[in-house]
Ligand binder design. Structure first.
Ligand code: PMV
Length: 323
């Protein structure tokens, strides 16, 4: 075998963002819009990358220079993933990687983490490394930390395992939840958010209010633990109420913005059980859960507030070999 294509799902944070970076649990679901990565073996000892969706074309360098020099933003995750594999399992052939995405990298669906996971899975197959899902998670999470310096790895977890997960920082706990389906309404704010900046903002805002931050994170953990139980029971009304409480804390953390708040307000006014931002905040997407007969009106109100509805199914399959 000298060529393989692998895909992995994007994700949406259901509850628990920010707190999960600080050793608390969160709930995350995989979405059915996927990253796709093809890896081909080359005779020449080079790393080559085509990633049109993030403006990388014709990128190439010798394998021994992986991770060295200025790396374009769109190439970082793939290159460092290969570097990390190479350090553990020396690679003796050249590699051409092509990535394509079913979703815009602007949405905050975790395209970088999903492509990292695809690369690790693809190389595991091609080089016959027989990595387990946990090993794929660990190498991918290390890659994210090498580049970003911080992060919980919840997006890596969703890309590897798929489904809906109860996830604790760094994969200390990755528990797949048995839920039938979860119909989420997703509204994109049109504003691109930078996760690391938002994490740092929270740190700065609470520099002199550490006790309050600890209390907020503990309260969010309670919400996540309650939400886990009601989600498995299918009690979406209570789940929605817990989302609303979580959103209040996210506002207090200072990571919501007017645009998201207005989209959320619209969704609730239209009869949604609950609505909140999803992810780091500062932009990206909001999510809402609504009685079925009100979904159309919820969508209309989100659009009225300037949001774009993104049509996704949740609880999607984790990383898989396509061909
Ligand atoms: O911005 P996103 O969608 O990658 O979500 C970030 C969520 C945080 O909890 C703020 C960070 C993390 O790594 O968990």
């Amino acid at each position: 075998m000298n060529r393989i294509t692998v895909s992995a799902p994007g994700k949406l944070m259901l509850l628990g963002e920010h707190a999960v970076v600080d050793n608390h649990p969160c709930l995350v679901t995989a979405v059915d819009q996927r990253m796709r990565v093809t890896v081909e073996i080359l005779d020449i000892l080079e790393f080559q990358l085509e990633a049109m969706d993030v403006n990388v074309t014709g990128y190439r360098k010798p394998l021994r220079e992986l991770g060295v020099g200025d790396i374009p933003k769109g190439a970082k995750f793939v290159e460092i993933a290969i570097k990390n594999i190479n350090e553990k399992y020396p690679i003796k052939t050249g590699l051409k990687i092509t990535t394509t995405s079913e979703f815009s990298s602007q949405f905050g669906f975790g395209s970088s983490s999903a492509s990292t996971v695809c690369v690790v899975k693809a190389l595991s197959q091609l080089l016959k490394l027989k990595l387990t899902n946990k090993e794929i998670f660990d190498i991918s999470y290390k890659t994210v930390l090498d580049i970003q310096g911080k992060g919980s790895g919840f997006d890596v977890g969703a890309a590897v395992y798929g489904g809906t997960l109860y996830f604790v920082t760094g994969g200390k706990m990755i528990e797949p939840l048995k839920i039938r389906s979860l119909s989420l309404i997703v509204g994109y704010s049109g504003v691109k958010a930078d996760t690391v900046t938002l994490m740092n903002n929270v740190k700065v805002t609470f520099a002199n209010k550490q006790d309050r931050l600890t209390k907020i994170y503990n309260d969010i953990e309670d919400l996540v633990n309650q939400a886990k139980v009601v989600l498995v029971k299918g009690d979406l009304k209570t789940f929605g109420e817990l989302m609303n409480k979580n959103q209040k804390y996210l506002q207090e953390l200072g990571v919501s913005i007017d645009k998201l708040d207005n989209m959320i307000k619209g969704a609730l006014a239209a009869g949604a059980y609950g609505a909140k931002l999803s992810g780091a905040g500062g932009g990206d997407c909001m999510i809402a859960i609504s009685p079925e007969n009100k979904e159309k009106e919820v969508e209309r109100r989100i659009k009225q507030a300037g949001g774009e509805i993104i049509d996704v199914a949740t609880n999607a399959e984790g990383v898989r070999i396509e061909s």
